[in-house]
Design a protein around this ligand. Structure first.
Ligand SMILES: [Zn+2]
Length: 310
């Protein structure tokens, strides 16, 4: 009886500890140096050298309670109720004049949708994600075909499956970048997705973690100057996931903010409401959403592109 109790306790502790997002190795980043919000804000209003195209790779629909915290005062006041909400899955094609082509997130591979089991998506994941509701407009393979030159790297806003679902179309040697502790922090939710994430990353180079250091102005948790020329800044915005990253891109047409899933929806951005059930840490997510909104308030010419809606 005592042994059974010990075994039960041991299993409970294991479950509560959860597991990491993936066991894929982590390496030092080949790109990026620590920067500051002062340096970023000094440059934001000047046009930059980057060409940026945001492509809707697939249409999908998911519960609104995942996309928005329906218990937030703004959602209650508006009377928002849970329902199926149409969203898109994006890939952003970023072209640097010297460093070449990069993707921010990956879109969706038709290969993955055609045979999800082969890529580690077991029946439970397929059911929970309702992958039958994902309809590709432009698969990752088609996005890569339309690219002028080869792909030099992928910058992930975070490692949720709908952001890495283009990997089956991406050549195996392409370098991949993530936020600090994104892959290694343990959580209960990861127990369902860990093996799928591992399988999608299998055989690829180590994930490179951005070298974030505290922002001297304390406006963000950390900022990295990706190409060390002030053209693209990776901004540490943990909350949705432990290593969520947003990007400030100085394009030839002006500054663009890619929020990643720190904000999924237009309504969430306009009402400053963070995502709901899909988010790990609502309070920290909301804090970092407010920080991004403050940045845009100070630089209103920034075009904001959200995680899953226009
Ligand atoms: Zn997400």
């Amino acid at each position: 009886m005592k042994n059974q109790y010990l075994l039960f306790t041991f299993c409970c502790v294991l479950l509560l500890q959860g597991c990491s997002a993936t066991s894929h190795p982590i390496g030092k980043p080949a790109l990026g140096k620590p920067s500051s919000s002062a340096e970023m804000e000094r440059l934001i209003d000047q046009p930059g050298p980057i060409q940026l195209e945001t492509i809707s790779s697939a249409d999908w629909s998911v519960p609104l309670a995942g996309l928005l915290n329906l218990n937030s005062p703004a959602a209650i006041e508006t009377g928002l109720k849970d329902r199926d909400e149409p969203i898109q899955i994006y890939a952003h094609v970023l072209k640097h004049p010297r460093f070449g082509n990069f993707l921010v997130d990956t879109g969706v591979s038709k290969k993955l949708l055609g045979d999800p089991g082969r890529y580690g998506m077991n029946w439970l994941i397929q059911r929970v994600m309702h992958i039958e509701k994902i309809h590709t407009d432009k698969s990752t393979a088609e996005i890569l075909q339309g690219m002028d030159g080869k792909l030099s790297g992928v910058f992930f806003t975070h490692l949720h499956l709908d952001h890495i679902s283009g990997l089956p179309d991406i050549p195996g040697e392409v370098p991949m970048y993530i936020g600090a502790t994104e892959s290694s922090t343990r959580s209960f939710k990861n127990m369902f997705t860990h093996d799928t994430t591992d399988q999608l990353l299998e055989g690829r180079p180590p994930l490179q973690e951005w070298r974030f250091q505290p922002d001297p102005q304390n406006k963000f948790e950390g900022i990295v100057d990706v190409f060390e020329d002030g053209s693209v800044f990776a901004i540490s915005v943990p909350g949705h996931t432990p290593g969520s990253v947003a990007f400030l891109v100085r394009t030839t047409h002006g500054p663009v903010l890619l929020t990643g899933d720190t904000c999924h929806t237009r309504w969430g951005w306009e009402h400053t409401v963070e995502p709901g059930d899909f988010t790990d840490d609502n309070a920290r997510n909301l804090l970092n959403l407010k920080r991004l909104k403050n940045l845009v308030a100070a630089h209103p010419q920034i075009e904001v592109r959200l995680g899953h809606q226009k």
